[in-house]
Design a protein around this ligand. Structure first.
Ligand code: PXP
Length: 237
C-alpha cells in the first residue's frame, strides 16, 4: 500500500511564529527520500498553513506525486490550473474547523462539481473526492467523472477498539470494495496513526493512504525520515 504524506502541519509550525521555517518543501523532499510515494498538502481559503508560494516550490521539487487538497471554489480552481498538481483532492471546508470534518456531499452538488472535475481533467489534473462511506455518494462521484476517491477513515480512527469501531471499519471496507468494483482508484485517509492503521492496511482495495498529523507529530520527536520509515513498515512497503 502506498503512503502519501500530508505536510500541512510543518507549515502550521512555521505560521505559529509567522516565521520562515520549517520549509514544507524541505520536509517533502526528506519524506520522499525516506520512501514516501506522494506528498499531500491542503491550501485553505484562510491560508492558515500552506500558501501559494509553498505550492509553487512543491510543484517544482516533488518528484513522486503532488496532491493538493482544496475546496471546490473558483478561487481554488484558478490556483489548481496555475500550479497543476498531479492530483487535486476536493474537500469540504468550514472556516472554523480544526481539520476536515467529513466527506464532500457529491450527490447533492453534482451540478457544481461535475464541470469543476471536467475543467481539472481537461488540464491533465486527476481529481479525487474525499468521501464518506455512503455507497450512493461513491456512485455519484463515479458519475461526475472523478478518477479516484479518498474514503474518510476519520470515524473509524476516532473510535476506541470495540464493536462501534468494527462497524466503522466494515463501512470503510464495503465502501472500498464498492468503489473498486465500479472502476475507481480507492484511497483512504484521516485520523490514521501508528496504532490504528493496521486494519485499514488489510483492505486490499485501498491503494494509498494519506496520513498527516501522526507522522508530523512523530517527526517532531524522531525526525521526518524515521517517522516515514516507521509508517512505511506498517504499510508493508
Ligand atoms: N485526507 C484529507 C482529505 C484531509 O483533509 C486530511 C487532513 O488534512 C488527511 C487526509 C490527513 O489526516 P490526518 O492529518 O489526520 O492524518
Amino acid at each position: 500500500m502506498r503512503l502519501a504524506v500530508n505536510i500541512d502541519h510543518f507549515a502550521t509550525l512555521r505560521q505559529a511564529r509567522k516565521a520562515t521555517e520549517p520549509e514544507p518543501v524541505l520536509v517533502a523532499l526528506l519524506a520522499e527520500q525516506a520512501g514516501a510515494h506522494g506528498i499531500v498538502c491542503h491550501i485553505r481559503a484562510d491560508r492558515r498553513h500552506i500558501k501559494e508560494r509553498d505550492l509553487r516550490l512543491l510543484r517544482d521539487a516533488v518528484k513522486t506525486k503532488l496532491n493538493v487538497e482544496m475546496a471546490a471554489t473558483n478561487e481554488m480552481k484558478r490556483i489548481a490550473l496555475e500550479i497543476r498538481p498531479d492530483v487535486v483532492s476536493l474537500v469540504p471546508e468550514r472556516p472554523e474547523e480544526l481539520t476536515t470534518e467529513g466527506g464532500l456531499k457529491v450527490a447533492a452538488n453534482r451540478k457544481g462539481l461535475g464541470p469543476h472535475v471536467k475543467a481539472l481533467g481537461k488540464a491533465g489534473i486527476r481529481t479525487s473526492i474525499f468521501i464518506d462511506t455512503n455507497l450512493e455518494e461513491i456512485k455519484a462521484a463515479r458519475e461526475i467523472g472523478v478518477d479516484l476517491i479518498e474514503i474518510n477513515t476519520g470515524q473509524y480512527a476516532d473510535l476506541r477498539e470495540g464493536p462501534a469501531r468494527e462497524k466503522a471499519l466494515e463501512a470503510v471496507r464495503r465502501a472500498a470494495e464498492f468503489g473498486h468494483k465500479i472502476g475507481l482508484e480507492v484511497h483512504g485517509g484521516h485520523g490514521l496513526d501508528y496504532r490504528n492503521v493496521g486494519p485499514i492496511v488489510a483492505i486490499p482495495e485501498i491503494a494509498e493512504l494519506s496520513i498527516g498529523f501522526s507522522i508530523v507529530a512523530r517527526a517532531a520527536v524522531v525526525g521526518i525520515e524515521r517517522a516515514v520509515l516507521d509508517m512505511l513498515a506498517l504499510l508493508g512497503t
